[in-house]
Design a protein around this ligand. Sequence first.
Ligand SMILES: [Zn+2]
Length: 83
Amino acid sequence: MTDEMEACLVCGTGGVPVAYGYLTPQTFLAAERGEVVLGGCCIAFGGPTLACPRCGTWFSPRPPHSNRATSEPENEGELFDRG
Ligand SMILES: [Zn+2]
């Protein structure tokens, strides 16, 4: 675990966690302080887990190794060996 928070993709403000499901009084107080954003009662698997307290953008933290284009074929060029 790390304390490093992802920055908002739009305005660069540090994101805060989206609180799914467990809406306790502490959660509401934290939301009032801007420490979390209330995400609703349903947990969205694979959905955004961070929200920008400034502009309201929801986003997902990037994985550590994200410089890989998933739409590109991996073995491109290997079939065209001209010698
Ligand atoms: Zn923002």
